[in-house]
Design a protein around this ligand. Structure first.
Ligand code: SF4
Length: 328
């Protein structure tokens, strides 16, 4: 609710405050447009295809008119794995020079000009997807160019006054382009499913839906918890399989070919694994250090936590792996 109220405040009065922030951050010395100079097209239409087409038309009209325009919650389409995905940025501003800028309005605070790096990173990744979708429209619009720097608007300090920052999303754009190019097409995933599999909520029982979801491979990572509605389901499944992905992508990357917590523990304690494998030898060294630290702590009665100086990812992996096993 607070986020919605803040967004409404930023866009109030035909986007006067938003244009001021945009001009201040992106237009150098040029003054912001007066509220009457900013077009705010009506983007309503029936269905996602209608809204997408209406957005594209509004972008084209504003660019041809060489006018300032504020598109409030436009709808964009982007092909993901061969199917259209619909995306709704908070706003897109068209400038008289034909440049389109994505605006993201967030409710986390910007304190003394900087905000939580993780939240800014997430906003940058999100905005980069919008930029990619806008580029598809710009390809068919003469004189249009999509800015690779987006405007992030947040509450200033702990007030409800807006503060803005320009975020360069070129890196996120190249990563997202690469990821989109590598995605398996939905038709190919569908071809591998059992005959008759459906995710139709209206015609499936709970058991059928669970079976349908289970039939699709998942690649759970803790990041899913903040981004996907299926996260608890996939985490439960990954934990049940003892998958090391539950410990995080960084740990997963460190563990090479060891894909389960059981395999990691067996390798660390000498029960399995090739000693010539650098991952296995690092795990054994880490396990020995851990045992040494625990023994020393036991002898002195001091807590073992933090006893191993410079405990790197391998030590952490074993610690986490032990915790994961204990929890199950
Ligand atoms: S939680 Fe969502 S994103 Fe993560 S693996 Fe499961 S379905 Fe995929």
């Amino acid at each position: 609710m607070r986020g919605n109220a803040f967004e409404a405040k930023v866009k109030a009065d035909g986007g006067t405050e938003l244009m001021r922030l945009l001009s201040e951050r992106l237009s150098g010395q040029s003054p912001p447009p007066a509220s009457g100079e900013v077009l705010v097209p009506d983007l309503s239409a029936a269905g996602p295809e209608g809204r997408t087409a209406r957005t594209a038309l509004a972008l084209r009209e504003a660019t041809e008119a060489r006018a300032w325009a504020l598109l409030d919650h436009p709808l964009l389409a982007l092909e993901v794995a061969g199917s259209p995905a619909y995306l709704e940025p908070d706003a897109v501003v068209v400038r008289p020079d034909g440049r389109w800028t994505v605006v993201e309005i967030k409710s986390f605070p910007m304190i003394d000009g900087s905000a939580d790096a993780a939240k800014v990173g997430a906003a940058a990744r999100q905005a980069a997807v919008y930029v990619l979708a806008l580029e598809r429209v710009a390809l068919h619009t003469a004189g249009a160019e999509v800015a690779d720097r987006v405007l992030l608007v947040c509450p200033k300090d702990f007030s409800n006054l807006p503060a803005a920052s320009v975020v360069d999303v070129r890196k996120q754009l190249s990563v997202t382009r690469r990821q989109l190019a590598r995605l398996t097409r939905i038709e190919d995933i569908a071809a591998g499913l059992p005959e008759g599999t459906t995710f139709d909520l209206g015609h499936c029982s709970g058991e059928e839906l669970t079976a349908a979801v289970e039939s699709v491979a998942a690649a759970y990572a803790p990041e899913c918890l903040s981004a996907c509605e299926l996260a608890f389901h996939c985490r439960h499944r990954a934990r049940a399989e003892g998958a090391v992905e539950t410990l995080g992508r960084g740990v997963r990357g460190e563990l090479g070919g060891l894909t389960t917590v059981g395999a990691v523990l067996a390798a660390a304690h000498g029960g399995a694994g090739d000693p010539a494998d650098p991952t296995v030898s690092a795990l054994r060294r880490a396990a020995a250090l851990r045992a040494e630290a625990l023994a020393a702590a036991g002898a002195s009665g001091a807590p073992a936590d933090g006893a191993v100086d410079g405990s790197g990812p391998a030590v952490s992996a074993i610690g986490s792996a032990n915790e994961a096993v204990t929890c199950r």
